[in-house]
Design a protein around this ligand. Sequence first.
Ligand SMILES: *Cc1c(COP(=O)(O)O)cnc(C)c1O
Length: 378
Amino acid sequence: MRDIQMVDLKAQYERIGPEIDTAIKSVLDSTAFIKGPDVRLFEEELQQYMGVRHVVSCANGTDALYLAMMVLGLEPGDEIITTDFTFIATVEVVALLGLKLVLVDPDPGTFNISAEAIRKAITPGTKAIVPVHLFGQCADMESIMELARDHDLYVIEDAAQATGADYIFRNGSKRKAGTIGHIGTTSFFPSKNLGCYGDGGALYTNDDNFAGKLRSIANHGMKVRYHYDDIGVNSRLDTIQAAILRVKLKYLTQFNESRRAVADFYDEAFKGLLRVTVPQRTKYSSHIFHQYTIRVKNGKRDELKKYLESMKIPAMVYYPGPLHMQEAYRYLGYNENDLPVTTSLCKEVLSLPMHPEMDQEQLDYIAFSINSFFDNSI
Ligand SMILES: *Cc1c(COP(=O)(O)O)cnc(C)c1O
């Protein structure tokens, strides 16, 4: 059996390597390393795939969030509501811009922020909401957009983990994760569903003004060469990364389907286990399983993780500690018990190997191992 990996980028490269090599070589031959033609072509192809008016590429997913918040013209102290259960990037940009971070608990079933939880956190100082589509499934965007409209708030979707997921509206129409709010952001970190071979990121928007300003700010605030209308930053997607992403975008639908097949197998394999909760799937979103994250009850999570490691099955805790208790964010003044859902999720969650290259032998072995752990541990 091939060694099991959380994400097997090597196996993926073995599948699509020749196309990737050709794409990289053509950039090397052109020497157009910054803002070469592949960057614009990739943006256009991703626009098409996402069904959005504008894709603005940038250097990474964290910058994408930073640029999104810069463009909204927020003032220091403006309140931004987001989830306590996310990757640190979502909150650090809020802090860096001098905005006030307001953390709320996610829904324990979907791991995503709910409109109800957001509603309770809204004050006259609230300016924006940042829903994160965690692990590959959308937060309930229709309810969140209604709430935002009622309170005149901006919505920035952090879609770094959900590239390709569909949000399904009550009337049955669909939109891609990241294209529903005022601005959406994503990451092309290598392990993301659409990942490059280094760092990369992008923003989505249907608003022409935001798009123009984002493009300018990501490139030193420059619209016309050496004329600066905005204070900007240097955050561009390298041409080599764009060329790689053009190849990988063609496989995204297929890769996301393979991940879903793995998740279906896991669901079935674990359904008899009383102490394991499999990921909840909602009516309003497809799930592209950036992570397949189970919850393990009765304090057995760490024991299971150790056991799996002894069986050469990697498993990861995303995320081990609530953001509100991190040293750097003590200044926010939260107490441990202020966000109990996140605190308990951090003790229960375990993400299992999940990638499009998993084979049946590996899956059977994982299913067998997890079932035998619980058979023997009652
Ligand atoms: C990966 C990720 C980011 C940051 O992306 P980088 O490209 O690593 O900067 C932001 N938010 C979430 C939820 C992520 O998973």
